[in-house]
Structure formats: C-alpha cells, structure tokens
Design a protein around this ligand. Structure first.
Ligand SMILES: *Cc1c(COP(=O)(O)O)cnc(C)c1O
Length: 404
C-alpha cells in the first residue's frame, strides 16, 4: 500500500472540498498519471480506461506524438496572437480540408465554441441569403455543449428550466422523424444541426433515409446543414468522420474532443459556399494557438498513418460480439453503436451502480443515464484490453446479480 500517496490524497481531497466550486459529484480519488489505456491515481491504483477522457484521448494517455509536438512547438513559439498566422495552423487547416469534404477551417478551443461559430455562420447565412431567417432546428436528446447558446441548442429535458431565459431561436424535433422536421420548418429557418450519433443522449445513430431527407430539405429551402461531429469525428465511429458512413455531406461540420487527443482544440469546417464571415465577425484569443495547432496536426497524422479508424471499426465489432455473448446472462439490451462509440441498456436502471462498481474493480466506464452504459475507449484499444474489460465488467455484473 502506498502510504505517502494515501496521506497526500486525503489532504488534497480535503482541500478540494474547500476550494473547488461544486458542480459535480466526483469519486474520492485524485488522478495523477496516464499511459496508453491506463490511468493511475495518487494512491497507485491503476484503471483500465474505457471512457477515454470522454471520447477525447483517441491516442490513449500521454502518447509520445503529443509529448513530442508540445516539446518542439513550445521551444519554438507558444503564442503569437490571433492576428497572426502560424505554420502549424496553416498545415492543420490544409490537412483537415484534404481529408474531408470541407474547404475552410476556423479553430477554437472547445466543442461548444466551435458550435457557437457554426450557429453564428448559420445566422449570417440567414441574414444574407434568407431574408433574416435565424431559427435553427436541433434534435431532442441531442447535445451541443454548455455555453448558454449551446444549452439552448441542446435538446436535454433536465436543462429546460436552467438559466432562463434561454437564447431564443432553437426548435427541437425528435431524431429520425422527417415529418417533425417538415412541420418545424418555416420562413425563419436558417439551419438544421445534429449529431450523426447522439453521444451524450445515449448513443443513438441517425437513419440513412432520414439524413438523406434532411439533405434534400436543406437543398430545397436553402437551409444550412450542420453536422456536430465533436464526438463522432476523428475515427471514433470507424471512419475518419461519421458522415462517411452515410455518403451525405453537410455544409458545415464541427470537430472537438478527439482532434486534440486531450489538448483543448476544436474546429469549425465550412464549404466554400458558406465562406460568409467578414473580418471581425468571428474570432477568439486562442484561435489558431500554436501549441494546440501542433498537437492537432500530430494527432491527425497519427490517426491517419496508423489507420486508427480501421482499428476502431475492428475493435468495436469485437466489443459488440463480446457483449452479445453475455447479453442473455446479464439481461443487457439494445447493444448498439458504431466503431468505438458503443452502449447497452440495463432495464433495472442500475447503470450508475455498475459504473461505480467497475471503478472499484479498476475499470472506467460511463453511465450517460440511469439505464445506459457507454463505452468509448481510445482508438488504440486491443482485443486483450477488451478481454480484460469484459472480465471486470462481468465480475461487477455477477456481484450485482448475486444481490437480487
Ligand atoms: C462534448 C460535445 C460537445 C461540447 O464540447 P465541449 O468541448 O465540452 O465544449 C458538443 N457536441 C457534442 C456532440 C459533444 O459530444
């Protein structure tokens, strides 16, 4: 047992209790170190990580390519100013436009910020091309971030009464219901924004027919189509971008999470026809920040060179298979997902207890709601990692069932 670590942890937890603004219930431990698929707390306990920093650490923890990129870039230039271009910024924009169907990129630090840029662009489009249209249609159960505008965009029931008044101009429609979209469209509509797989909403994918219909509707009315690929992008679903599964292109796409591999970075990607901002319309102190740009470039190159989208596809299928094999035994239902964005339901609404039990067994998994367990490991995950994950998960499920 690590006595020094135990004492230090107790002191830090007590300091945290008195100093950290209360916003979340967190387990009584302090994370210290990460390497590949594992995290260690200050008491030396090791955790197999199937949360991946919330679908963020796509290359695993503290990968050499991120360390090297940070070391090299920080000895060259940490920060110029958003009014100057820098080399990694241009190189990352070039790479992103080369590997996607988009033509131009604006960089930011968080997913919500990239989405704010998308909404501003949609309203600019509305004011220039649609006679002042400003409404954006989003989906019930979707998730777009935590700024006030993105909380208004997000169709999450629990947030309905928070921080009123919300930013007006958002309409929420149920996912995969074309009629609902048609009913919501009016002369004020300037955009439709959605995730191709709802992540925080519990891993629900859009239907191909529905997406094709949205594209048609948008084309017919001149409405901007926005894909929020903050969680689904960068190989997560088994393709570099989830839209590749559907063969349908948006006018605008946002990226975050995986693109920085753990470093704060997001991007707004735009087709040339929507290159509509004028100087001063959009900006930010850290837009194109050299350290973030160097990391993003290193992460993207690694994901592409190592074919990690393909690994996500292969490993995701293996995880699904392993889950199917125990589905009857543990009454797991709706086993679903694409690539390494996976989930299943537990009808007894014990998902948070299962996730807490796994933490004690040295396994990190996520319960986005009381009935759902979500898995989103790094894209470097192997079959051996999955076998170990299943051992630990089944041990917790065995224990849970023995209590009935
Ligand atoms: C996480 C997430 C966001 C918000 O990203 P932040 O970096 O937390 O602002 C937006 N959209 C989707 C789909 C996400 O999963």
């Amino acid at each position: 047992m690590d006595m020094k670590g135990k004492v230090e942890t107790a002191q830090l937890l007590s300091d945290a209790k008195n100093t950290i603004l209360y916003t979340a219930v967190r387990p009584e431990l302090v994370m210290e170190r990460g390497d590949g698929m594992y995290l260690w707390d200050m008491e030396g306990n090791r955790y197999l990580d199937f949360i991946g920093g919330w679908a963020v650490t796509c290359l695993g923890h503290s990968p050499a390519v991120i360390r090297d990129a940070l070391t090299a870039q920080s000895s060259l230039l940490v920060n110029a100013s958003p009014s100057f271009l820098n080399k990694p910024m241009i190189e990352l924009a070039k790479l992103l436009t080369d590997v996607s169907c988009f033509d131009r990129v604006f960089f930011a630090s968080s997913g919500a910020e990239a989405n704010e840029g998308a909404i501003k662009l949609a309203r600019k489009h509305g004011s220039i091309n649609l006679g002042g249209a400003h409404e954006i249609i989003t989906t019930v159960n979707g998730f777009h971030g935590r700024t006030l505008a993105m909380m208004s965009a997000t169709g999450k029931k629990q947030w309905e009464k928070l921080y009123e008044p919300k930013l007006p101009g958002f309409r929420h429609v149920p996912l995969n219901d074309v009629e609902a979209v048609l009913a919501a469209i009016n002369p004020n509509t300037c955009a439709i924004m959605l995730e191709l797989v709802q992540g925080e909403g519990g891993v629900h994918a859009v239907d191909a027919d529905y997406l094709a219909a949205l594209r048609q509707i948008c084309d017919k009315h001149g409405i901007m189509l926005i894909f929020d690929e903050i969680q689904t992008g960068i190989g997560r679903t088994g393709k570099l971008f989830a839209y590749e599964h559907y063969g349908i292109q948006a006018d605008v796409m946002t990226l975050g999470k995986g693109i920085g591999g753990g470093f704060p970075l997001s991007a707004l990607l735009v087709k040339e026809a929507f290159n509509l901002f004028e100087a001063g319309d959009q900006g930010g102190t850290y837009s194109g920040q050299p350290l973030a740009m160097a990391v993003g470039l290193a992460v993207m190159k690694e994901v592409i060179d190592k074919q990690l989208s393909l690994n996500a596809d292969i490993q995701g299928q293996y995880i699904l298979e392993r889950l199917q094999n125990v589905a009857d035994q543990y009454r797991l239902t709706n086993i679903r997902g694409k690539g390494l964005l996976l989930a299943f339901d537990m009808e007894d609404r014990k998902a948070p207890e299962i996730a807490a039990g796994c933490l004690k067994e040295g396994l990190l998994i996520n319960a986005p709601n009381p009935s759902t367990i979500r898995l989103m490991p790094p894209l470097i995950v192997t079959k051996e990692d999955t076998d170990l994950m299943m051992d630990r998960l089944c041990r917790v499920l065995d224990h849970e069932f023995s209590l009935r």
